[in-house]
Ligand binder design. Structure first.
Ligand SMILES: CC(C)(COP(=O)(O)OP(=O)(O)OC[C@H]1O[C@@H](n2cnc3c(N)ncnc32)[C@H](O)[C@@H]1OP(=O)(O)O)[C@@H](O)C(=O)NCCC(=O)NCCS
Length: 166
């Protein structure tokens, strides 16, 4: 399984320790972090732990955190990840730099990851969990063909759980 994924406009590659500063800068943008970290500001140690978890999960199970780069671009424009959601399975999570939003990149990147999960990884379904107020993220989930199946309490209010089966 090759964890580097390509789409028409994007290249997704697993994060490494070299990406720490860029990830911290991306995730501390107020409009990026709000729903990803429940309103908190992620710390450098948290980012280190996320990168280490991702490296471990890619090595053992073929999934983790990918950086999104434009095919003809230089630096990353966002992230997409597969990670466990409670004991239900894996959820897809995505984020874009504010300057890269509104171009369909999150949907394009997340679609590639969902297809990878349901195809080469062999998962029976992929989940997503979206804060009720996060309309941009809910729109991505809908464009991915995911359907809501539960509402659970979250720190910022209700969260909608979505799934897409193989
Ligand atoms: C969630 C998030 C990634 C969505 O970003 P986004 O840019 O709205 O989503 P997409 O990249 O799929 O882009 C879709 C938009 O691009 C537009 N678009 C423009 N050109 C396009 C193209 N060539 N192809 C597809 N869509 C295009 C679409 O019409 C749509 O616009 P609309 O929302 O006005 O209808 C972004 O809001 C974000 O990073 N939020 C912070 C992190 C976060 O909350 N993540 C979710 C946690 S669950």
């Amino acid at each position: 399984m090759n964890p580097v994924l390509t789409t028409d406009r994007l290249v997704l590659r697993p994060v490494t320790a070299h990406d720490h500063a860029g990830l911290l800068a991306h995730w501390t943008e107020p409009e990026v972090r709000r729903f990803l970290f429940d309103g908190a500001v992620p710390t450098p140690a948290q980012v280190t732990a996320i990168i280490e978890d991702s490296a471990r999960d890619f090595a053992s199970a073929g999934y983790g955190l990918w950086l999104i780069r434009e095919t003809d671009g230089l630096g990353p424009v966002g992230t997409v990840a597969l990670r466990p959601l409670d004991d239900l399975g894996l959820e897809v999570v995505y984020s874009l730099d504010p300057g890269a939003q509104g171009r369909g990149y999150a949907t394009e990147a997340a679609r590639a990851v969902v297809e990878y999960a349901l195809g080469p990884l062999g998962l029976p379904e992929v989940l997503a969990e979206v804060d009720e107020g996060n309309t941009a993220s809910a729109a991505v989930a809908a464009r991915l063909g995911m359907t809501p199946f539960a509402v659970v309490p979250g720190l910022l209010g209700p969260m909608i759980r979505y799934r897409r089966a193989r």
